[in-house]
Ligand binder design. Structure first.
Ligand code: COA
Length: 385
């Protein structure tokens, strides 16, 4: 039985800043941010948005027919809103899903959407008529005036995993690799991540090479068997570091095609920033909307989560993929509102975060369909507008 991604959609916040403005405010050469890091714009999160509203926004773009058949909802995130309750239960209500459903949350930094996808394959293999909804939703938050501020971002990707998938059939061979290291983490008392950025970059490339080479050993495949290799993108330059580590100075047509398709993967990410769990899958949509790929070809995917865990796996592109990947994102993202750095800093500081007191936000300032209205009696209040 073929199992994989049947539909895939994306949502982010309605607000952004430009890296030119951020560089100006932080007194940094803009080329460091735009070329050295590889970002143009960054999604900014108003206090009326969190992973629940972003996840609901992404999933509401899936077809009603696929949603009706969902037996399990898995939300992959490292920006959880409760230490106990699964965020997916709020999303389940906002989407109006059937009560006869299983809902859980997974966590392992930016990696856990890939674990969720692999778990979903198992569920579908045992129950072929069921769909699993995987939502990867996160807010990448490092702090104002930190070196990693330029690598913030936010958004969610929603995927239906089913039999006879119309986007990407997932192949059986995958290689996961895990080591207990401290390259990026967020203690329970902190809303901002701690990161050893340069170390993290090295571990990422090392894990990519380890998992890719083992995959090649197990399958007997080579570079020429891939139309594209796509990467988790905490910032777009990171994907280049990964691919450069493999290709080095290879100038063959196969290597050039992989470089061009990496550029296609990076296009949307440059406009949004880091999604943590969703970054690899936003990269997949960006590749499919902007790249040189043909049904029947193989795409290799490298997923990475600090802490650290990597997985390399592959899928075969399906004939009807163009109709199952949502609207053209580069066009859609043009409709967002640009903020000044002062407005961004205010929104950054206005997040609900770890506050305990009751609060009601002005939801009229947020044009999104799903909003966080506030908090009353230690309970978050969500609404569909
Ligand atoms: N023009 C062009 N490029 C420039 C430049 C300029 N004026 N100034 C600097 N650069 C380049 C540097 O050469 C460097 O490129 P390289 O990485 O290819 O060597 C890049 O910009 C970054 O410069 P650097 O001095 O290393 O930046 P930094 O000390 O501020 O740290 C990160 C950058 C990425 C380490 C930091 O933003 C971070 O920690 N980010 C989070 C890391 C992360 O996401 N980790 C999780 C991995 S999954």
């Amino acid at each position: 039985m073929e199992i994989g991604i049947d539909q895939i959609t994306f949502a982010t916040t309605p607000f952004y800043i430009t890296m030119d403005d951020l560089a100006d405010a932080r007194q940094v050469d803009p080329n460091k941010y735009k070329i050295g890091i590889g970002q143009e714009r960054q999604a900014v999160v108003p206090p009326t948005q969190d992973i629940v509203t972003l996840g609901a926004q992404a999933a509401s773009k899936l077809s009603p027919k696929s949603l009706r058949n969902v037996s399990t909802l898995i939300v992959a995130t490292e920006s959880g809103v409760d230490n106990s309750k699964a965020s997916g239960i709020y999303i389940k209500r906002l989407l109006g899903l059937n009560d006869y459903i299983r809902v859980v949350e997974t966590k392992e930094a930016c990696y856990s959407a890939t674990a969720a996808l692999q778990f979903a394959r198992g569920i579908v293999a045992l129950n072929p008529s069921e769909n699993v909804l995987v939502i990867a939703a996160d807010i990448a938050r490092y702090g104002l005036n930190t070196p990693a501020e330029v690598t913030q971002g936010a958004g969610a990707v929603a995927m239906i995993i089913s039999q006879n998938p119309r986007v990407l059939t997932i192949e059986n061979t995958s290689v996961a690799y895990t080591k207990d290291i401290m390259d990026f983490w967020r203690p329970l008392y902190s809303m901002e991540a701690y990161v050893d950025g340069k170390y993290s970059n090295q571990v990422y490339v090392d894990f990519f090479l380890k998992t890719y080479h083992r995959y090649v050993q197990l399958t007997g495949r080579s570079l020429a068997d891939f139309a594209a290799l796509i990467f988790h993108l905490p910032y777009t330059k990171m994907g280049k570091k990964g691919l450069d580590g493999l290709l080095q100075d290879d100038a063959s047509p196969v290597a050039e095609r992989l470089r061009n398709n990496l550029a296609a993967e990076q296009k949307v990410s440059r406009q949004v920033g880091n999604l943590y769990t969703g970054s690899l899958y936003l990269g997949l949509i960006s590749l499919l909307q902007n790249g040189d790929v043909t049904p029947g070809e193989r795409i290799g995917l490298f997923s990475y989560g600090s802490g650290a865990e990597g997985e390399f796996y592959s899928g075969i592109l399906q004939p009807d993929y163009r109709n199952q990947i949502g609207d053209d994102l580069l066009q859609t993202l043009q409709k967002r509102h640009q903020l000044s750095i002062g407005e961004y800093e205010k929104m950054f500081n206005d997040q609900l975060g770890m506050r305990k007191e009751d609060i009601i936000y002005d939801i009229d300032t947020d044009p999104s369909e799903f909003v966080l209205v506030g908090q009353q009696g230690n309970q978050r209040i969500y609404q569909e507008k």
